[in-house]
Design a binder for this molecule. Structure first.
Ligand SMILES: Cc1cc2nc3c(=O)[nH]c(=O)nc-3n(C[C@H](O)[C@H](O)[C@H](O)COP(=O)(O)O)c2cc1C
Length: 209
């Protein structure tokens, strides 16, 4: 599969099978993530891969307890919201069965003389994006989440994450129980300004988090 096909069909997959993933595939995906750029090639990101059943259950239970009832109550005003939130609800309640949970973490290390927090995210997100595209190319489903924020103290304790390590996102990964396919995105013409800012070419969707 070429990179354009992988990128253009890399849907957020919130329905994941519990079947295990070969360790060699996990290594391949994380290795692809390490190829991402980072400020000054500082590489201030680490990948915490959780495969142990007891730990996955601990994390899944903590997130489900914190999020399930809140997500269940969220408005689903249209099909897009319904699909997304139904998927989120399903993911939250099945997280403990997901075979691999990947926490992309970072430290405040750049620039060396006066490190700034914003550069943590600059290092984390390109790596996380490489990771999801590589997974897609191998047929593995992933979804970016910030679920960790709902139960961060419990997760930090379960995984012995030091205080100076930031958690950027948590990416559940598994064999998909949903389809990859074309993405809904604003088209090139509506997002691209040539040579000068050309006013509002579109309206941004109003989305609640
Ligand atoms: C930084 C970031 C955080 C996200 N957090 C969540 C999340 O907490 N839960 C979730 O279900 N999806 C999350 N998503 C996935 C988005 O909802 C998804 O990419 C978007 O709706 C587009 O879906 P599609 O790629 O399937 O078209 C996140 C995506 C990004 C980039």
């Amino acid at each position: 599969m070429d990179v354009f096909e992988a990128m253009s069909t890399c849907r957020a997959i919130r329905y994941l099978k519990p079947d295990p993933i070969d360790a060699a595939l996990v290594e391949q995906v994380i290795t692809a993530a390490t190829w991402a750029p980072s400020p000054g090639n500082s590489q201030g990101r680490d990948f915490l891969v959780v495969t142990e059943e007891a730990k996955r259950k601990q994390i899944g239970d903590a997130i489900e307890q914190a999020m399930a009832s809140r997500v269940a109550k969220m408005d689903r005003p249209d099909r897009t919201h319904r699909l997304m939130l139904d998927g989120t609800e399903h993911l939250v309640s099945t997280l403990k069965d997901c075979p691999v949970l990947i926490f992309v973490c970072g430290k405040k290390i750049y620039p060396y003389q006066a490190p700034r927090e914003s550069f943590i995210w600059s290092a984390i997100y390109p790596a996380a994006q490489n990771l999801v595209i590589a997974a897609r190319a191998l047929g593995l489903g992933t979804v970016f989440t910030t679920f960790q924020g709902s139960a961060e103290p419990a997760i930090r304790e379960a995984l012995s994450i030091p205080d100076d390590v930031y958690i950027g996102c948590m990416i559940p990964m598994g064999w998909p129980d949903a389809k990859f396919g074309p993405l809904k995105r604003d088209p090139f013409k509506e997002v691209t300004h040539f040579n000068q800012w050309q006013g509002d070419l579109r309206t941004y969707p109003a989305v609640d988090g």
